[in-house]
Design a protein around this ligand. Sequence first.
Ligand SMILES: NC(=O)c1ccc[n+]([C@@H]2O[C@H](COP(=O)([O-])OP(=O)(O)OC[C@H]3O[C@@H](n4cnc5c(N)ncnc54)[C@H](O)[C@@H]3O)[C@@H](O)[C@H]2O)c1
Length: 310
Amino acid sequence: MKRVAMIGSGLIGRSWAIVFARAGWAVSLYDPVDGVADGAIPLIEAELAALARVGLVDDAKAAAARLSATKTLEQAVNGVDFVQENGPEDVNAKISIYAELDRLASRETILASSTSAIVASRFTETLAGRDRCLVAHPVNPPHLVPVVELCGSPWTSQDVIARARTVYESINQIPITVRREVDGFILNRLQGALLAEAFRLVGEGYVSPQDLDHTIKDGLGLRWSFMGPFETIELNAPGGIPDYCARYTGFYKRLQATPATPEAFGDGSVAEIVKQWGHAATPERISKRMQWRDGRLAALAAHKKTQPSS
Ligand SMILES: NC(=O)c1ccc[n+]([C@@H]2O[C@H](COP(=O)([O-])OP(=O)(O)OC[C@H]3O[C@@H](n4cnc5c(N)ncnc54)[C@H](O)[C@@H]3O)[C@@H](O)[C@H]2O)c1
């Protein structure tokens, strides 16, 4: 049986544990905060049972039996084929975690980081095994959203990227390759561009935040749940992408001449959005909405599982 270590057993570590365990891997969980790795196991078990009810796990009990909590980093990485690191989003934390991982994990083991925004060259440069380190950035929660962005540093070996891709494919995730390091990788650059325009449009009074959300969830987002922007524009003109570009990019070029500036996220826009949003972000409300979101994502994942991929 293949074995993976989860280094950091918070939100993302628990979700990755589900992904690997349901695909047949043994998962050793580690967290330096006492009780977190042990406490993660019942939470993961409950989520596996919920996923089984919508057909997203074949055997929840068998998957749960493949989980174990470990007391030390050394125990966690002992004999594993793969490491998924999910520690704090802080470069100094990543530097010290990776120094330990590189010292303790067997030389062939790939060390993948879930970091959202820290490129691997910032925390692996001085390591003896820096060629086996890469970023594998998931979307929250990876057990319901399959894309994972793989991004090596200039010294990550191509063989490591290829092996990591094979691992993620084998556990039913969808890896994409970021060919060279870039701030925000791909997903958050796209999200950032959309959010900047959304903040600007609401902040400058063109639309309410609720109507802006409708534009995505009842408009663009319906197509985006099964096709990307290039697939979308190919079908929006009879002659495909070149025809679409000939017809419409003049308009987009005009828009890009005055892009949103950092001011889009300034205090004035934020205050305007919060005022119009109308809900206070209590912990109870956020937790209830997260559960609602995960239920909807699970239903969508179950639906997509029954459909041909293209
Ligand atoms: N939350 C998201 O939406 C999201 C999405 C994609 C990627 N990520 C990335 O995943 C990583 C983890 O994020 P999270 O949301 O699970 O955070 P989290 O706070 O829920 O979990 C982080 C865990 O790391 C543990 N930890 C602290 N010091 C550690 C150390 N030295 N070694 C190992 N573990 C340590 C903490 O005790 C905690 O349990 C971050 O790098 C984050 O950027 C998060």
